[in-house]
Design a protein around this ligand. Structure first.
Ligand code: NDP
Length: 291
């Protein structure tokens, strides 16, 4: 079903990410037209063989497939809403980061305007684009995904989740949520050792292998969560996971306890509800039922 044949592509938005996507398309030999609100950002891509369009409408007119990589949902609406007539009958692949609800809103708008729509979530930073470790998540039109997978694969590893256009964004933001909370945990640790004269660099050298090893535990947590039985033998219990020492040591170092307190609250709610002897994974029940 793949019938890509180096289709004519237009890229709207040449920030750090849009430029990387357009660069990868050019490298792979796709005839590429580019447009950016601030036109000077097109120059380096023109030097690589891109056509620069003077307006977003001209760019849409030049492309069978239109890629939108703008700042956010509002900028996508601002740029694309007036171009619905021009986009009709074409394919729109929107890799701008949006919430699932916003992705679904874009998909409904596209369906109403006769535009084939695929939504994307980029799990990579610009310098990773074009490498297999760059993972890009898609949902929306299966037809678009399969027809243009060779194009999508020029950016990294492409994964399709289904016709619900909000799914890629849901996975994207869930992965980012887990990343930011982990980052905050690392930064908390760095702040804890700083008063002892330990640099963040020294701490990072210890934290990176430690946290990498600890991610091995995700599968065990997942098994318990998916099985729905938090009493399974061999788990660290919630009572054992009391973070009192971490809170006291943080206070003694004169730093904020907010990051650790957040986890302690999730644990405590389950202990208070009588589940102290059950496994740590049970904190998902605190998360699923906001206090
Ligand atoms: P940048 O801030 O580098 O670029 C933003 C782009 O949006 C620019 O082209 C900017 O144009 C354009 N823009 C913003 N507002 C408007 C508007 N109202 N009308 C027209 N154009 C507008 O961001 P990135 O390129 O890094 O990110 C683009 C998308 O990719 C975002 O949704 C981001 O979340 C996502 N992403 C980025 C990653 C990254 O590491 N950079 C990682 C994963 C996803 P102008 O140049 O004129 O300001």
């Amino acid at each position: 079903m793949t019938t890509d044949n180096r289709v004519q592509v237009s890229v709207l938005g040449l920030g750090a990410m849009g430029s990387a996507l357009a660069g990868a398309l050019l490298k792979a030999g796709y005839p590429t037209t580019v447009w950016n609100r601030s036109p000077e950002k097109a120059e380096h891509l023109v030097a690589q063989g891109a056509e620069a369009a003077a307006t977003a409408r001209d760019a849409v007119r030049a492309g069978r497939v239109v890629i939108a990589c703008l700042l956010d949902h509002a900028s996508v609406q601002e740029v694309l809403d007036p171009l619905a007539d021009e986009l009709a009958g074409r394919t729109l692949i929107n890799v701008t980061t949006t919430t699932p609800a916003q992705s679904r809103e874009s998909a409904a708008w596209a369906a109403g305007a006769g535009i084939a729509y695929l939504d994307g979530g980029i799990m990579a930073v610009p310098h990773m684009i074009g490498r297999p470790e760059s993972s890009i998540l898609y949902s929306g039109s299966a037809e678009v995904f399969h027809q243009y997978q060779p194009l999508l694969d020029t950016w990294g590893t492409s994964t399709y989740f289904g016709e619900d256009a909000g799914l890629a964004s849901l996975y994207d933001l869930a992965l980012l949520a887990s990343m930011y909370v982990m980052f905050a945990g690392f930064v908390h640790g760095a702040a804890m050792v700083a008063p002892a004269g330990v640099t963040a660099g020294r701490f990072a050298a210890m934290a990176a292998p430690w946290l990498t090893a600890m991610t091995g535990g995700f599968h065990g947590f997942a098994e318990v969560i998916d099985g729905g039985d938090y009493t399974v033998e061999g788990q660290q219990s919630l009572e054992f996971s009391n973070l009192g020492d971490l809170l006291a040591a943080s206070s003694d170092q004169g730093i904020s306890t907010e990051v650790v307190e957040m986890v302690q609250r999730l644990i405590q709610r389950q202990i208070d509800a009588g589940h102290g002897e059950e496994g740590f994974a049970r904190i998902i029940e605190s998360i699923k039922q906001p206090g």
